[in-house]
Design a protein around this ligand. Structure first.
Ligand code: 6R9
Length: 635
């Protein structure tokens, strides 16, 4: 039936209505016709946003790797599943067929089993963008282990926090990673992290850079010899629909990162269905998403969504600026990429460079362009449309989150008319709502409010690992019977949505979510610092950059300010990673606080953005005099 692949606007509206009127019947039909199950479900959906508890396809049995690999073997065994494009363009690209991928996944799964990994155990994956990364995810899924991928740009501190939060017993890493002209000592970072992680029994190491590394006897092993000896087939563990598939950490506005838990069947169905439609993927297309698999975009739209559709998905190890700013376009030409999915921050960075970098290459293979991670500004949208798409490839501005598992608000290319800065319409099955300050839904068009979702969709995260209360408090307590996204949005006259940005203390820098609290905690640990507050301010490449207001202790007052700034950023790099470094640091004697002791970030945001003409109501401030002082010395 055609509901799986939407081809025109009328059909979108028709299928959308059907998916909203009777979600159970709709998703049941999709699940039944497009996936392989070991046992059918007893119940399509049960949910209660108060507890909250959400279950899709309860009672069903399956293994997601049978859907991503085994079922393709009879018809797509020799088709390329993964194209690996290395950091160095002189190193040859690798094509891995579905049959080869199946074998590699089975071998790695057997190695995991040999090392005592069982169904439900957590495995931490800390790898660069090399094929072993995708293989490791699937190998975990093959045996029912729960993968927890940590982006290989995170520091040892961030890594150990994540390993311990979910009690990972094994870590998969590599000797190092290549990023442009640099190589990074990943194993060294892991060694440091593991000083704090007594629960880790084994570390399996992929050889990538060939650099000298320390191997701890009894704990660390090279992976390749083990793979060579492993059996090339591995029986898939039969999983329940609601068994966890993976944990992926995302920043919150407070405290420790949140380990979002995604489960098996609903996640598979939704990521596969969205992939097919949002990228209008057809059988011989080459699809490329530039995200790192360390983020949700890579999980859903490099690995699971594409492979469930038998697609060819490209993995790129490098960076957009190496060997020069034409690299993305070179890769598109070289592999005849049909769908290209990237982030606004990359587009803005490349748009600053000479246009010749784009014009040099034949980009005529492109059919669909995607954007994700943050709002895409009008200028970047037009640059992308004119120079990359040559006004011939629709741009899909896809809004979604780690928590939503899959794309939520998006145009369907060649179906939904696009409009710059608009994510346009809800995807099939998604019921958005805009809420006002009094927690009432704002109906009608030409309105703005806080973005919520009224009804569960199959790939919604089910909990926060080890902290269900936090899951409820963060997402389901602000508005009754609604999932709250943390984003603001407007709905225009025709019902199109535009995401206006975060309404909480999460700041999106270069498409990465950063919570203010962990950064402030890190700064405050500096011996010379008494207190600090972080806000975002507009930046032409990163979207937002970080501005820190820092109060020094008396002992810090005599210190050299430039040195202190360097030390603060060094400290943040060690605790979180270089992505969280501050662009500007202003030393202040106090912070504007309300009588209840809360920092009034609204005012700091205005000062950081140089927008001080109207600071709004400051009458609740305990120390209004500080505002003028901060303004007078702002950077
Ligand atoms: C997929 C992903 C989620 C936050 C989200 C929002 C922002 C993502 C966006 C967008 C405007 C888009 N965001 N896509 N804002 N337009 N097309 O990025 O997940 O890393 O969890 O970030 O990113 O603020 O709430 P995640």
């Amino acid at each position: 039936m055609s509901n799986y692949h939407i081809k025109h606007l009328e059909e979108y509206f028709q299928v959308y209505r059907k998916s909203v009127r009777n979600p159970e019947a709709f998703w049941e039909e999709i699940a039944e016709e497009h996936f392989v199950w070991r046992k059918r479900w007893d119940n399509v959906l049960s949910w209660d946003f108060k507890k909250p508890e959400i279950k899709w396809f309860e009672g069903a049995k399956l293994n997601i790797t049978e859907n991503c690999l085994d079922r393709h073997l009879p018809t797509r065994g020799t088709k390329t599943a993964i194209i690996f494009e290395p950091n160095n363009p002189k190193e040859e690209a690798v094509h891995i067929t579905y049959r080869q991928l199946h074998e590699r996944v089975c071998r790695m799964a057997n190695v995991f089993l040999d090392h005592g990994v069982k169904k439900g155990d957590r495995v931490c994956i800390y790898l660069p963008m090399i094929p072993e990364l995708a293989v490791a995810l699937l190998a975990c899924a093959r045996i029912g282990a729960i993968h927890s991928v940590v982006f290989a740009g995170f520091s040892s501190n961030a890594l150990s926090t994540r390993i311990n939060d979910s009690d990972c017993k094994m870590v998969i890493t590599s000797d190092g990673s290549f990023r442009g002209t640099k190589s990074i000592d990943l194993k060294g970072i892991v060694d440091k992290a593991l000083e704090e992680c007594p629960g880790v029994e084994n570390v399996l190491v992929v050889k990538r850079t060939g650099s000298e590394i320390y191997m701890e006897a009894g704990r660390d092993k090279w992976l390749q010899p083990l793979l060579d000896e492993a059996y090339a087939d591995c029986v898939a563990e039969i999983m329940d629909a609601e068994d966890p598939l993976f944990i992926l950490y995302t920043s919150g506005s407070t405290g420790t990162p949140k380990g979002m838990v995604h489960t098996t069947a609903g996640y598979m169905v939704y990521t596969a269905y969205t992939f097919k439609n949002v990228f209008q993927y057809t059988e011989n297309d080459v699809y490329w998403c530039t995200a790192d698999i360390g983020w949700i975009t890579g999980h859903s739209y490099i690995v699971y969504g594409p492979l469930a559709n038998g697609a060819t998905t490209l993995m790129f190890e490098g960076v957009p600026s190496y060997p020069d700013y034409g690299r993305f376009w070179d890769v598109i030409q070289k592999h005849k990429v049909n769908q290209f999915y990237t982030a606004p921050t990359a587009i803005r960075a490349l748009a600053k460079e000479n246009l010749e970098y784009v014009e040099k290459y034949d980009l005529s293979s492109l059919k669909v362009l995607g954007s994700v991670g943050e709002p895409i500004n009008e200028e970047a949208w037009h640059w992308y449309n004119n120079n990359v798409g040559k006004k011939n490839s629709p741009i899909v501005d896809t809004w979604w989150q780690t928590e939503t598992g899959g794309i939520m608000i998006t145009p369907i290319p060649y179906v939904t008319p696009t409009a710059p800065t608009y994510a346009t319409l809800p995807f099939i099955g998604i019921q958005p709502a805009l809420m006002d300050e009094n927690a009432k839904e704002i109906k009608g068009n030409q309105v703005e409010g806080r973005l919520c979702i009224k009804f569960p969709w199959p790939s919604i995260a089910r909990t926060i690992w080890g902290n269900h209360d936090r899951y409820r408090d963060t997402y389901f307590s602000a508005y009754e019977n609604m999932y709250f996204t943390g984003d603001g949005a407007l709905r225009d006259a025709v019902g199109y949505y535009r995401i206006t940005g975060r309404v909480d203390d999460v700041i999106i820098v270069s498409g990465h979510n950063l919570g203010t609290a962990p950064i402030e905690d890190s700064i405050n640990e500096h011996p010379a610092v008494a207190e600090s507050a972080i806000v975002g301010f507009p930046h032409d490449v990163k979207g937002n950059a970080l501005y820190g207001f820092v109060i020094l202790k008396e002992t810090g007052e005599s210190r050299d300010r430039e040195n202190l700034k360097r030390e603060i950023n060094q400290q943040i790099t060690e605790h979180i990673g270089p992505i969280a470094k501050l662009d500007k640091i202003q030393f202040v004697s106090g912070l504007p606080k309300t009588r209840s002791g809360k920092i009034m970030r609204r005012i700091l945001r205005k000062i950081a953005s140089n927008d001080t003409s109207n600071l709004g109501d400051t009458s609740t401030l305990l120390n209004p005099e500080i505002v003028q002082e901060i303004m007078d010395n702002s950077l």
